[in-house]
Design a protein around this ligand. Structure first.
Ligand code: NOJ
Length: 558
């Protein structure tokens, strides 16, 4: 079942894969409109191949009114014109394959755009119709149905229900949206919905796509009767199973068993990764049982503060839960929804695991320290058993852009929170590729528009061009580590053995002949005799010990 070693081309490549997240609107702009697109991505594929990753996951690139940056999909089987054409997509997939990289797309099954044909048909139809039955429409409570059907709230703030006006002009039913009002939730008990998504997956699989990241995988099943959430706290503090009316309900698993059997009809393995924000590794492992999804993002690891014991506990719990179901763990430090790790690690640790920017602004920040820790975290992540995710810009050491002017903020969370949370734009700023000034090669020369979010001038030091061949840069650290990982049979899928170390030091061995040490403590730690240093996230002490917030990879010589 296990095997270790680099991802390679075998049927189990996904058990060891390093997957690079392309947030397409911010990756590379081919046509100069200030928004990343597929031609831009195509032009940068050689960069990704050279980085040494195994696959790409591309955020939604489907037609969308962009009320939630493409997670409001109006047609699941086409390409958003801002990003290019279906022909561009096919050419990109073929080129990525030619360069030895697989391609995963993002599927968004919990909701669609209110501009999707289905929702428009539902608005034009009557209560109780088959068009409405694809969604979660209900009559309101209270006199005249003027109150929402229950107390559920949207992930972005405010009620999760919006009332419509019926075609005869009267105030009508309410529909559920766990995200923005422009993202009505689908009813997954309806066979129409299931068939539509099966068709969509087949469409992209036939085009050569190797798999899907599943958006809000823990949200598709809603409790019968849609009971109030009431006093249920989500996420809960401990590992206890919570009967929440719409998060992480057991009914979601039947959907994924059916998806897995669809994926398994293809000769080349087609794989899934769940975005499931559940509260405990054991709950996460339910999604990756042998007949369900292949992998799931490990947000427990992402949320762990940069402290030895919480990190160790997170790793132990994740490995144990995944091993119990025979699935590989994955490791992730950031994505397009979370505060970039340089900025998280720049703050005092363990206060709260992850904060909105408004909270971060109130804590002292040391970005040199944040970057140093992020370097060590990268080596830790890439040495752990299983697969890993790298979010674009992480390999450049980008920090969150915390001072975007209010007038450029686009994340719906900003408005829906009553402007109390700045939202996720700060981790979505377009990538700096080259040159001394914005757009830093993100757009071609003579572009008609600036990047859709402004890049800080200080990013001149963090472009791909500036970091290339600079031995101290984050980019060269990632390149070197990924190259080593490909050549080391001990890395990727497999197991680890913890090594005895002083408090505040994490050290583990992997067979054959590999060890990783991460020092979180004040006291530098000596490496063992009989080992050779393969890579270090930062300088060692004069006498060769590993200082605080530094990680090393070692080869055992005996
Ligand atoms: C999770 C996605 O990662 C996030 O960006 C999006 O806003 C929500 N799901 C809703 O689709």
């Amino acid at each position: 079942m296990t095997g270790g070693g680099p991802a390679g081309n075998g049927a189990l490549w996904w058990r060891s894969a390093v997957i690079y997240q392309v947030y397409i609107r911010s990756f590379a702009d081919g046509d100069g409109d200030g928004i990343g697109d597929i031609p831009g991505l195509r032009s940068r594929l050689p960069y990704l191949a050279g980085l040494g990753i195994d696959a790409l996951w591309i955020n939604p690139w489907y037609p969308s009114p962009m009320k939630d940056a493409g997670y409001d999909v109006s047609d699941f089987r086409a390409i958003e014109p801002l990003f290019g054409t279906l022909a561009d997509a096919e050419a990109m997939i073929a080129e990525a394959h030619g360069l030895g990289m697989r391609v995963l797309l993002d599927i968004v099954p919990n909701h669609l755009s209110d501009k999707h044909r289905w929702f428009q048909e539902a608005l034009a139809a009557t209560p109780g119709s088959s068009e409405r039955a694809r969604f979660i429409f209900r009559d309101g409570r209270g006199p005249g149905g003027s109150m929402p059907p229950n107390d559920w709230t949207s992930n972005f703030g405010g009620m999760a229900w919006t009332r419509i006006t019926e075609t005869d002009g009267r105030a009508g039913q309410w529909y559920l949206h766990l995200f923005t009002p422009e993202q009505p939730d689908l009813d997954w008990t309806n066979p129409d919905v299931q068939e539509e998504f099966d068709e969509t997956m087949r469409f992209w699989f036939e085009l050569g796509v190797d798999g899907f990241r599943i958006d809000v995988a823990h949200g598709l099943a809603k409790a019968d009767g849609l009971p109030d959430v009431g006093s249920i706290v989500w996420p809960p503090d401990g590992p206890e199973v919570i009967d929440h009316p719409h998060w992480d309900r057991d009914d979601v698993h039947a959907i994924y068993r059916s998806w897995r059997s669809l994926a398994d009809t293809y000769e080349d393995p087609r794989v899934f990764v769940a975005e499931a924000w559940v509260h405990h590794p054991q709950r996460l492992a339910q999604y990756v049982r042998a007949d369900e999804l292949h992998t799931a993002f490990n947000f427990d690891f992402l949320l762990a503060p940069w402290l030895a014991e919480p990190m160790r506990e997170s790793i132990i719990a994740s490995l144990a839960a995944h091993e119990a179901v025979g699935a590989p763990a994955t490791w992730v430090l950031s994505n397009h929804d979370t505060v970039r790790e340089v900025s998280r690690y720049a703050r005092p640790q363990g206060v709260r695991p992850l904060r909105k920017l408004v909270d971060l602004a109130n804590l002292p920040a040391d970005f040199v320290l944040g970057r140093r820790r992020a370097r060590a975290a990268a080596l830790l992540m890439l040495a752990l058993p299983g697969g890993a995710y790298v979010y674009q810009g992480e390999e450049l050491g980008l920090a969150e852009v915390e001072d975007l002017p209010e007038e450029v903020l686009q994340d719906p969370g900003w408005e829906q929170s009553g402007r109390t949370e700045r939202g996720r734009d700060g981790c979505r700023v377009p990538i700096p590729w080259s040159g001394d000034a914005p757009p830093f090669g993100f757009s071609p020369p003579g572009a008609s528009a600036p990047p859709w979010l402004p890049q800080p001038p200080t990013w001149r030091e963090l472009t791909v061009e500036a970091e290339t061949d600079d031995d101290r840069s984050m980019l060269e650290l990632y390149r070197h580590a990924l190259q080593l990982r490909r050549g080391l049979p001990a890395l990727g899928d497999g197991a680890l053995r913890w090594l005895e170390m002083p408090d505040g030091v994490l050290a583990f061995a992997r067979d054959p002949g590999f060890a990783c040490i991460v020092n979180f403590s004040r006291e530098p730690v000596a490496v063992r005799n009989g080992t050779q240093l393969l890579i270090s996230s930062g300088p060692l002490t004069g006498d060769g010990r590993v200082p605080r917030d530094t990680a090393v990879w070692l080869r055992a010589l005996d």
